[in-house]
Design a protein around this ligand. Structure first.
Ligand SMILES: NC(=O)c1ccc[n+]([C@@H]2O[C@H](COP(=O)([O-])OP(=O)(O)OC[C@H]3O[C@@H](n4cnc5c(N)ncnc54)[C@H](OP(=O)(O)O)[C@@H]3O)[C@@H](O)[C@H]2O)c1
Length: 356
């Protein structure tokens, strides 16, 4: 099969670097376009990330000398690729992504800019693959021919929403309180100053609690006409903390159900949970999306973030809750499942179910 040429917008940042790594030897995709801000445009990739390459592997040889382009060049990007992964930060993301979709590219974004846009799906392939059905309407409304925008949620959400969704299907969740412990890599590079975060916990991440409470409701919502209508029967309260961990976002969850499940039933549901990535054998699908650890002191970021190549959610400490019904701890790798790996899985799902 001819590989699909793909680009990375924001290729020089933390998430962009993770895309470079995860797309090496990808069976379907081949990197043919790199773009970032004017600061990096015109440089080779190696020059652009000089002193800020953060991964444990060297910059892949095939990428080091590739020229970084400006993200302003959407029509030029379309000549080189069919699909772009957006790992952009900054104020112009919304417009830049729309320019690429208007140029005919499929845009798979990690940024928050379009998460609230009513005809843009926030996709977690195990949960709401059916939301891809809004793409033809998105194109029609905006006059886009082949282009489209699909986004993934905030980086901490997969750590608690995937295990909750698995239970919601049978037992209907009414409300949940989620307290997150989020790694420093979640803030991009250079991110939080070391003098602020070392030996410390910062109980505030701008904008994060609102995203953690609202995005799950859109993901669990339904397409009504030209929009995705968020679920109204569930409510989340979030406390988001920045902790001195490099990678891996953890969430402590207490949840209340319409029909309280027994702990054994919950374990059974998690162990047997499968979704579209496994059913369609997508290349980046974890063998098991939810991995339960029975040890009392798991999950832990350092030990569990790389489970199934960083694409699984590790869950532990399931017990009853004296205030709500049950409580547990979830953990996922924020720059893999929570960012680049999640973006790639979204693109694989899109390609695999392409009547779009
Ligand atoms: N880090 C995570 O765990 C994580 C998880 C999920 C989602 N996200 C989201 O993914 C995006 C990237 O995050 P990150 O952590 O990789 O950030 P980052 O390390 O700060 O990288 C940002 C990237 O965007 C480019 N950029 C910044 N301002 C720009 C502008 N005005 N015009 C064009 N390009 C611009 C940068 O290019 P230069 O290098 O040329 O400046 C760089 O390539 C953000 O929207 C973030 O919210 C991050």
């Amino acid at each position: 099969m001819r590989k699909i040429p793909v680009g990375i917008l924001g290729a020089t940042g933390i998430v962009g670097q993770q895309y470079i790594q995860l797309l090496q030897n990808h069976p379907w995709f081949e990197i043919t376009w790199l773009a970032a801000s004017e600061r990096s445009a015109g440089k080779s990739y190696a020059e652009a990330v000089h002193h800020r390459w953060l991964l444990h592997i060297p910059i892949p040889e095939a990428i080091a000398n590739v020229k970084v382009h400006s993200v302003e060049d959407a029509s030029e990007a379309k000549k080189h690729c069919d699909l772009v992964f957006s790992a952009l930060s900054g104020h112009e993301v919304e417009q830049i992504e729309e320019n690429h979709a208007a140029a005919g590219l499929w845009v798979f974004s990690n940024a928050s800019a379009h998460r609230k846009t009513s005809d843009v799906p926030i996709l977690i392939p195990e949960i709401n693959s059916h939301h891809l059905a809004i793409i033809p309407r998105q194109r029609q409304r905006r006059g886009w021919n082949t282009g489209c925008i699909v986004v993934k949620p905030n980086c901490s959400i997969q750590s608690y929403l995937i295990p909750l969704y698995a239970l919601h299907k049978q037992f209907k969740i009414k409300r949940a309180i989620v307290t997150t412990f989020q790694a420093v890599s979640g803030a991009g590079h250079p991110g939080v100053a070391s003098l602020d975060v070392m030996d410390n916990v910062i109980p505030y991440i701008p904008g994060e609690e609102e995203k953690s409470e609202w995005e799950p409701l859109k993901i669990l919502g339904e397409i009504k006409g030209d929009a995705i209508e968020p679920l109204s029967s569930m409510v989340f309260a979030a406390h988001c903390n920045r902790v001195p961990v490099l990678d891996g976002h953890m969430a402590c969850v207490s949840a209340e159900f319409e029909k309280k499940p027994a702990l054994e039933e919950i374990l059974h549901v998690w162990q047997n949970f499968r979704g579209a990535p496994q059913e369609q054998s997508l290349p980046s699908a974890p063998e098991q999306t939810i991995v339960y650890r029975h040890e009392h002191n798991r999950p832990q970021p350092r030990l569990d973030r790389n489970t199934h190549r960083g694409m699984a959610v590790t869950v532990g400490r399931l017990r009853s809750c004296p205030v709500f019904d049950v409580r547990f701890v979830g953990l996922s790798h924020n720059t893999v499942r929570g960012a680049a790996g999640g973006g790639i899985l979204n693109a694989e799902l899109f390609i695999s179910s392409r009547e779009h």
